[in-house]
Structure formats: structure tokens, C-alpha cells
Design a protein around this ligand. Sequence first.
Ligand code: ZN
Length: 102
Amino acid sequence: MVHFSCDLCGKELLPESDRRYVVKMEVYAAAEPVALSDDDLDQDHLEMLGEYLRDLEASGSPDSELPPEYKQLRLDLCSECHKKFLRDPLNKEAAKFDFSEN
Ligand SMILES: [Zn+2]
């Protein structure tokens, strides 16, 4: 049987007593939309555009033009960390230096 633990706090998640939340993230370099003029809209360019879009969809295939920065993340969170994550997905609270605390 597969055991899960929270990827944030490390707490073990028991399937019978703990609710487990899954976070899926996709990180990739944003592809700028191709600027088209009227002259570009002949058949060749449309085919090229079609290939370009197919490449974008073929995520992860080695011969695609996808940027190497592409990454898919999957996190398992306990209910506590799930709440924290939704409140502050980028963990900004921890990132800023708040000297007024304590
Ligand atoms: Zn947790």
C-alpha cells in the first residue's frame, strides 16, 4: 500500500483518518503568441502555425520545441498545509522580512 506524507510539513497521511490534498502545478516559459499580419495568412504559414501549436501540445516529447524549463510538480498536502497553501500559494509571508514580529 502506498503511503503518503505531506510535502510541506512531512506529516504522514493516513488514508483512513487524514484528508489528503493534491496540488498539481505546471511551470513553463510563456510562449508569446505569433504576431500575424494579413500577408502571413497564406496556407504555408497556417501549416506552420498548426505545427507550432501541435508542438506546444506535445508536452514532454523529446523532439518538440518546448522550452527545457517545462516542469510538472505534484504535491501531497495535509489539510493544515492545504489551508496554508490556498491562503498563500507562493509563501510570500515567509519570503518577506518582517522585523516587527516578536
Ligand atoms: Zn502538512
